[in-house]
Design a protein around this ligand. Sequence first.
Ligand code: F6R
Length: 240
Amino acid sequence: MKIIITKNYEEMSERAAGVILGVVKQNPKAVLGLATGTTPLGLYAKMISDRREKGTDYSQIRTVNLDEYKGLPKTHEQSYAYFMKKNLFDGLGITPEQTNIENGTAKDEEAECLRYDALLEELPRDIQLLGLGSNGHIAFNEPGTPFSSGTHVVELAESTVKDNARLFEDISEVPRKAYTMGIKQIMQAKKILILASGANKADAVYKMVKGEVTEQVPASILQLHPDCTLIADEAAAQKL
Ligand code: F6R
């Protein structure tokens, strides 16, 4: 794993934008695997200002997202589909047809997972962006998830529900289940970029980089990826 440590969140976002823009410029038809959460917001803002200033073209880009809450429609303000539209796609001129995410309101859970598995086979990702859960999760693959997993529905860990409650009016509104891309599929991306910011990620960063590769720390599998870069700010990297 290549490790880049930055002074702060701002610099982490800047370096991350450099990596993603490099992929987009090299291949204007690239497939980008994207993440939600607080961590990539600075990166997304930088991609949007780069497009405004330099006119980077996203008209042929396709995107695949990691995960979606089960039960929330795309129009719900806390759905990940809505998050992506608001924080990235509208600013890059990316149309809904260019994007892919699990359907949180699909009637048949199993069929929806199979649909997403097939889609991931058809759209090999040039790069997969990841955030890191404070418990070491990647996407919604919580500790204990088999490394061989494909798209599946998960019961969110209590710590994840608590971490995400800040975005809802009340913790009781946080969905308890989510669709997530599996670990096997994350590992299939040609390149992986994982970002971590803040002292609350320091333990997870340490275990991911220096700990044993174990299903108890899902992100530890990234040690085995041939082209994975971690960009962490000093607070997140303090235990390395
Ligand atoms: C988001 C996702 C999650 C987050 C992780 C970190 O699509 O899959 O794994 O990346 O929970 O979240 P933040 O960035 O909010 O600290």
